[in-house]
Design a binder for this molecule. Structure first.
Ligand SMILES: [Zn+2]
Length: 127
């Protein structure tokens, strides 16, 4: 299993030999050779035995979520959402899904918050 950089702008797929895992106070991690982002690692080896590092579950393929509020003519705001799913290759996103109107809110912040909560549900469900 290669490591995948968690930085959504990078998502480099890195062979294990390409990265140097280091142990910091906060735990194991590696720094992406492409973008220098810190990527957390987890030691699943036997306690006291040899170290076996994996990327934590949460670092599945990253998604790019864009939640916006579109002003409507009556002064309210429509919650809009775009989700791009990353593929396991550098620089590629799978097709984008988007929703133009998830609900109408009097306040733009509420509209964005609503769009984000939909995104969270969506990514949870399909993960
Ligand atoms: Zn990177």
């Amino acid at each position: 299993m290669p490591f995948i950089c968690e930085n959504v702008e990078c998502r480099a797929v890195l062979a294990r030999g390409q990265v140097r895992s280091i142990h910091e106070d906060a735990g194991w991690c590696f720094y992406c050779p492409d973008c220098k982002a810190r990527n957390a690692l987890k030691d699943i080896g036997e306690p006291g035995g040899h170290v076996e590092l994996v990327q934590p579950e949460r670092s599945g393929l990253p998604h790019k979520v864009i939640a916006t509020a579109r002003p409507l003519e009556d002064g309210k705001y429509a919650a809009q959402l775009r989700v791009q799913r990353a593929l396991g290759m550098k620089g590629t996103y799978a097709v984008e899904e988007h929703w133009e109107q998830l609900g109408v809110f009097p306040d733009p912040n509420q509209a964005v918050a609503h769009a984000k909560s939909i995104a969270a549900d969506l990514l949870d469900r399909k993960a």
